[in-house]
Design a protein around this ligand. Structure first.
Ligand SMILES: [Zn+2]
Length: 188
């Protein structure tokens, strides 16, 4: 016999929503996986207080550091966009999303006319939360084409947007890409 107690921790600046399933079947080990934009963790039911919080933190941090988009397909990107659009941008969805090896494009591009988003293959090496920030940025362009204050407010609904920009600046330096100011999309 087993029981699972489910609690939901709302998104914080450093992580998405986390659903915690405390199971009496688990005694020592935990597990974590993505469910849409949410992380689901399974932990032993006996954990309490700080020990429980640390256990959850470690599972979440480990999952956030993984790089599953190495094997991500265009269909995976589209599913991710739909989920992010639901969560942050009132259900906005692109017509298509695809990985692109174009060297002219820095991180991503969006064509408001065709509602198509392209994502640079360079981002396959980045953590999921960074790619999510880029996708929310491009989705916001489906509502607001230029980088207006309204656009920035929409993009900033994704909690780690600024942190992702800093990450990508460092990543660009590491790749030897020239710095050219606000060059989220070199090709627009
Ligand atoms: Zn942009």
């Amino acid at each position: 016999m087993s029981t699972a107690r489910v609690t939901v921790e709302p998104p914080r600046f450093d992580r998405p929503e986390v659903e915690v399933r405390a199971s009496s079947r688990r005694t020592k080990t935990g597990a974590a996986h993505w469910s849409g934009t949410k992380i689901v963790v399974q932990i032993p039911a006996r954990l309490r207080g700080r020990e429980r919080a640390t256990f959850v933190d470690e599972l979440v941090t480990r999952l956030l550091a993984q790089r599953p988009q190495h094997a991500s397909s265009d269909a995976d990107l589209l599913a991710r966009c739909r989920s992010l659009g639901e969560t942050y941008l009132d259900g906005i969805a692109p017509a298509a999303v695809r990985w692109s090896a174009s060297q002219r494009m820095r991180w991503a591009s969006c064509s408001p006319a065709t509602r198509e988003i392209r994502v640079s293959s360079r981002l396959r090496a980045c953590p999921v939360w960074v790619v999510d920030a880029v996708l929310v940025h491009e989705l916001a362009h489906l509502i607001e084409a230029d980088h207006s204050s309204r656009f920035r407010a929409l993009a900033a609904r994704y909690p780690r947007q600024r942190e992702a920009a800093v990450y990508l600046e460092g990543y660009a330096l590491g790749l030897g890409l020239a710095s050219e100011g606000d060059s989220f999309e070199a090709e627009r």
